[in-house]
Design a protein around this ligand. Sequence first.
Ligand code: SAM
Ligand code: CA
Length: 219
Amino acid sequence: MQDLTIGDELWEYMRRVTLREPDILRRLREETARLPNSNLQISAEQGQFMALLMHLIGARRTIEIGVYTGYSALVVAQALPDDGRVIACDINEEWTAVGRRYWREAGVDRKIDLRIGRALSTLDELIASGQGNRFDFVFIDADKTNYANYYERALVLLRPGGLIAVDNVLWYGRVIDASFDDPDTRAIRVFNEQLKGDDRVWLSMLPVRDGLTLACKKL
Ligand code: SAM
Ligand code: CA
């Protein structure tokens, strides 16, 4: 049997009976909505789900690859204990400056270590400085052609039992639409197929928003 199709009304119902978006996240989302690229941001529901994941795995040290205006970093930082840390990687000063304002207002700026520069370099520096096997969670949500590279580095940086979440793995449905053959779509297709056969992780792909893959590093 096929899964239930979630139409607008059922979606509205789900939001009404579960969504608890704090005021500061709602205001950040509303400010981001005025930007031309606002669809880069995760949804409020996905944010709430990620916060739940942080509590489930008892996350303390996390990495975010792709920050934009800082919504997902804020969600994660708020879900971490006082001594928790997010290493937040992005190349864009202007977008992340929006996030910095809200992180400060929320009182979690000391938990977020923003690293401006190519995320691959930041991850390689972390590995080179002996940070392997030390992180609980990595969120991959930056340039799609590097997904496989980010994933390999994440596996080195995570402790056994640590979790990787990979966003946009359904790529607006283009993964199954043969009329799309651009580098991003091809990279996501190859990445998804590779993960299926990767027995270093426990794996699940969820139809959350644009598709979210969870991969847990085996013990
Ligand atoms: N996770 C964010 C959220 O939900 O609010 C959205 C992130 S957005 C989809 C992708 C981000 O990746 C952009 O802010 C972009 O500047 C950044 N990015 C693109 N290429 C990058 C690279 N090579 N290294 C680091 N960041 C990169
Ligand atoms: Ca995304």
